[in-house]
Ligand binder design. Structure first.
Ligand SMILES: [Zn+2]
Length: 132
């Protein structure tokens, strides 16, 4: 996937979620079709950690079922880096289990920035994030 398209409202929903959880990392799923996000699904970070995230397995399962029953696909996973970095961490690469776009929201000078990446075979490349 070379780009991911989402609305300003969807981006704001992700930012509100991760901001409310900071300084802990927060996470969630992006449901959509092709490369267009339709729904942002917040998931509790079971790890309750400032440096890593583990999606609550029950919430994740419920979200997967919701996505399927609504005829959508899992196209992205987002999580925050409340204290950076702006890019993927070695942990993110090691944990990337799905062939989806990984959106990272990082906090820089009290502002949240969003970047998206494709992670495969231990390497990553940036994906264009189109906010419409
Ligand atoms: Zn990360």
């Amino acid at each position: 996937m070379e780009s991911l398209t989402l609305t300003k409202e969807q981006l704001q929903k992700m930012i509100s979620h991760v901001d409310s959880c900071a300084p802990l990392e927060a996470c969630g799923l992006l449901a959509g079709l092709n490369s267009k996000v339709e729904t942002v699904l917040e998931v509790t970070n079971q790890a309750q950690s400032e440096v890593r995230y583990v999606m609550d397995p029950i919430e994740q399962l419920n979200a997967f079922e919701w996505i399927e029953s609504n005829g959508l696909d899992l196209i992205g996973i987002f999580h925050s880096h409340p204290t950076g970095p702006e890019t993927v961490s070695p942990t993110d690469i090691a944990q990337a289990a799905y062939a989806v776009v990984y959106v990272i929201l990082s906090r820089v000078d009290n502002d949240w920035r969003a970047r998206s990446f494709w992670i495969k075979d231990g390497a990553f490349s940036e994906v264009v994030l189109q906010v419409i």
